[in-house]
Write a protein that binds this ligand. Structure first.
Ligand code: NAD
Length: 259
């Protein structure tokens, strides 16, 4: 363990698995205290038991980020258990993919409730404490879908574009109060969500190979590679980084087309 995040008391969403779990592991290694939430209580319980840390470094609660009251309550509990929250990582998100004209109102609502309003609910609960303490850091896990479009993934990229807009807006509003707000945009990451996606094809191995082949380096990211970038962005190592979006996609979004 090193101490790059010593003194950080982080509220992290969607920590039961995937990128959120990897961020939890890296933050604990770097000396942070963590309050983790997930809507899947049983899976979160198993994850927290597996992470097994020193007394007092890790606490958790089952909560759905789309429920503003539940988030306000979880933020208050976090303050009591690990101390006033000075860093927030909005990681929880869901894929809602369809063709635009086939998208139902329920899909539209669910996508925006979680991927945009959910992050706002957490910002709204965390910001007053950060402002009155004289500063803090917020990191929104965006996506390359925040600035590019894959056809038939509607309306997920719309919500991720808006998440980037919210990042910039809050960053400018609260910079003078010492709060930094940034976004991290992963490309493809080897998480359950993508494994489920490949498994939805008749030949999952072929589907995965096709995804890898899109990439200049012919591979996708491991969750830990995203988590290490998150540690840097939430740490005090980049105090002038604000309203920024760091892309971690192996170069995919810069590629015009393969030759
Ligand atoms: N995996 C990728 O390739 C990829 C790429 C770019 C961006 N992202 C983004 O990274 C983040 C994490 O993705 P992942 O691939 O690790 O996903 P994942 O599905 O593996 O894990 C997401 C976690 O968030 C939780 N969650 C979902 N909705 C929630 C809610 N309403 N309230 C609380 N918890 C909730 C889930 O239970 C789950 O444990 C998401 O915001 C996603 O959009 C992922």
């Amino acid at each position: 363990m090193t101490d790059r995040l010593a003194g950080k008391r982080i509220f992290l969403t969607g920590a039961a698995q995937g990128i959120g779990l990897a961020i939890a592991e890296e933050c604990l290694k770097e000396g942070a205290k963590l309050f983790v939430i997930d809507r899947d209580g049983p899976m979160l319980g198993e994850t927290v038991a597996r992470l097994g840390t020193d007394e007092g470094a890790l606490a958790s609660a089952q909560a759905d980020i789309s429920d503003a009251q539940a988030i306000a309550a979880a933020m208050a509990e976090a303050g009591k258990t690990i101390g006033p929250i000075n860093a927030l990582i909005n990681n929880a998100g869901i894929n809602v993919f369809n063709a635009p004209l086939e998208t139902t109102d329920e899909e539209w609502q669910r996508c925006f409730d979680v991927n945009l309003k959910g992050a706002w609910n957490c910002c709204k609960a965390a910001l007053p404490g950060m402002i009155s303490a004289g500063g803090g850091a917020i990191l929104n896990i965006a996506s390359t879908h925040s600035f590019t479009i894959i056809p038939h993934t509607f309306p997920y990229p719309l919500a991720k574009h808006a998440l980037l807009g919210m990042t910039k807006s809050l960053a400018l509003e609260y910079a003078a109060a010492g709060v930094r707000v940034n976004a991290l945009a992963p490309g493809y990451v080897e998480t359950q969500k993508n494994i489920d996606y490949w498994n939805s094809f008749p030949d999952p191995a072929k589907a995965k190979a096709e995804t890898l082949a899109l990439h200049p380096g012919k591979r996708i990211a491991q969750p830990s590679e995203i988590a290490k970038a998150a540690v840097f962005m939430i740490s005090d190592e980049c105090p002038f980084m604000n309203a920024a979006c760091l892309v971690v996609d192996g170069g995919l979004s810069v590629l015009q087309h393969a030759v």
